[in-house]
Design a protein around this ligand. Sequence first.
Ligand SMILES: O=P(O)(O)OC[C@@H](O)[C@@H](O)c1c[nH]c2ccccc12
Length: 261
Amino acid sequence: MGAELDFSRVPGVLGRIVAERVADYRAADPVLGAARPAARRFEAALRGPDLALIAEVKRASPSQGAIAPLDPAQAARAYEAGGAAAISVLTEPRHFSGDAQALRDVVAGVALPALRKDFVVHPAMLREAADWGASAALLMVSVLHEATGEFLAQAQHLGLDALVEVHDERELDLALETGARIIGVNNRDLTTLHIDLAVSPRLIRRAREKGFEGVLVAESGYRTPADITGVRGLADAVLVGTSLAGSGDLERAARDLMAGV
Ligand SMILES: O=P(O)(O)OC[C@@H](O)[C@@H](O)c1c[nH]c2ccccc12
C-alpha cells in the first residue's frame, strides 16, 4: 500500500527527503508477516513521575551537517550511564548518516529500548525496525497524514510502539484521532528547519485538555537545563540529539542537561 500513498503534499527539506525514501522502498515487499507480541518497552520506559530522556544517536543532520562520528553502541552506553531512559537512532542514510547497523549496534550494546528514527513511508520500514530489534518506530503525521492510523496499526501488528510526531494543532488533532498512545511534539518545523521551543508546551497542553492520557514527548532544540523548564510538569519525556551528540562527553552532557529535573 506504500506505493499508493500520495506524498506529493510534503513541502521543503522534508519533501525532498521523503521523495528519496519513497524511491528507496518503491519495490519493497509490503507484507508484514505474522503478528508479533507487543512488549511496550519503549512506552513503559517513558512513563513514570520523572521527566525521561530519550537520547539520540545522530551523526549528522540537514541543519547542522556533520555533528560527530559517533560509534553507536559506545554512544548508547554513554547515554545509558548518563541516565537516558531510551535511545533514538537515526537510520536515514543521506542527510543523517544513519543506517541499519547503527540501530542493530545500539540494540546489542544496551538494554534500553531503541526507537527507529526515520522517514517511514512504507510498511517494510516497520518490518525492518522490528527485525533489527527496535522497540518503537517514528511515524510523522506531516508525512503520513490520513494514513497515520494505518501505519500505527501496522506497527502494533509487529509489536512495535509508535512515536506519532506532530508539529501543529491540525496534526495533533489527527494524531489524537488515530488512538496513538505516544505523541511527540517536534519544536522543529521540518519544512524550514526553524526551531521554536514554545511549540511543545502549547501542543502538550492542548493534548491534555482534549483528554489524552498517553505519553507526551517534547522533541528538538534542547541545549540547556533552562531550555527544558518550559515542558517540566507537562511532558513525560524530552528527545534530544544534536546538543548531546556533539558534546564530546555524551554521558556528562546527558546528566548535565537533565540536572534538576
Ligand atoms: O537534534 P535535536 O534538535 O536535539 O532534535 C532531536 C530530534 O528531535 C530530531 O532529530 C528529530 C525530530 N523529529 C525528527 C524526524 C526526522 C528526523 C529527525 C527528527
